[in-house]
Ligand binder design. Structure first.
Ligand code: UDP
Length: 265
């Protein structure tokens, strides 16, 4: 398909905006069934009650998410991702987003630690999958499979498909980060229905980046994720850069010009 390799140039201000969220904008894509996902520099937490602009965050999340989704595609874990277009944008397939956040946890942290009185950092007996209903007015409440099927957000088969995807993504991400000295504590993913004629496939959608994962340095337990922003710790951009550097995907733009190869110890 031609659009996979060549994108007609449409000036940004002439593109039709389909949706604007807290950290991303979706524009109409160059071909039917495609969209352009634009990563902004906005950092938000606590349902956008806390909001700042972090220069360069969007560029890093675009690169990190590209790397992860590209690898998922290569492993046969279907996603909406087609390819990165530029520093802040990627071409994706249009999907019907399931209004759920799928959270996978390996280690107790955040809301789980609070809710069940667990010490942050406690290894869980096994990975746990949770669902949250995407609704800002309600603060994304946790829901069970009963709610999901009763209210028609997804069918039992679709819940099975999402859980199977979540387990595979968790295994891949845990190994990927372990290899670069990072513990994957938990992460959030979203799923969408991809229609191909009459056939529907559940795919991984949205983004996977340090905005949506908890990533701790294995040796020092230093946080390399959005908790630095949520907890006013500072150093958000540096932490995201460190994640990108360890994954080997910091490109020329982020690296000082003319410094030559960087020795990675
Ligand atoms: N998460 C997210 N978006 C949300 C809520 C959670 O990306 O709207 C991610 C969060 O970064 C963490 C995981 O999901 O990696 C679990 O978050 P938790 O339920 O502990 O909520 P939080 O402590 O972020 O309120």
């Amino acid at each position: 398909m031609d659009f996979l390799n060549h994108t007609r140039y449409v000036p940004m201000n002439r593109r039709r905006r389909i949706y604007e969220g807290k950290a991303k904008i979706l524009y109409e894509g160059p071909e039917p069934g495609t969209l352009i996902q634009h990563f902004k520099d906005d950092a938000t937490a606590f349902n956008a009650k806390k909001h700042e602009i972090v220069d360069g965050k969007g560029v890093l999340n675009n690169r990190i998410s590209e790397y992860i989704f590209g690898n998922l595609n290569d492993m046969g874990i279907p996603t909406h991702f087609i390819r990165r277009l530029n520093m802040r944008e990627q071409l994706i397939r249009e999907v019907e987003i399931i209004p759920l956040e799928v959270v996978v946890r390996n280690v107790a942290a955040g809301s789980l630690a609070k809710r069940l009185g667990l010490e942050e950092g406690t290894q869980l007996p096994r990975s746990i999958i949770e669902f949250y209903y995407k609704n800002d007015e309600l603060n994304d409440p946790m829901v069970t499979e009963e709610h999901i099927t009763a209210f028609g957000w997804a069918t039992p088969q679709e819940i099975d498909d999402m859980m199977a995807l979540a387990v595979r993504v968790n295994d891949f991400l845990s190994g990927l980060f372990l290899g670069v000295g990072i513990r994957l504590v938990d992460f959030k993913m979203e799923c969408g229905r991809l229609w191909e004629g009459d056939m529907m496939r559940m795919v991984v959608a949205d983004e996977i980046s340090p905005d949506s994962c908890r990533l701790w340095d294995i040796q020092t337990e230093e946080k390399l994720d959005k908790d630095r922003f949520r907890r006013d710790m500072g150093g958000l951009l540096e932490a995201y850069q460190e994640v990108a550097r360890r994954l080997g995907i910091l490109n020329e733009v982020e690296r000082p010009q003319g410094s030559g190869p960087v020795l990675v110890k």
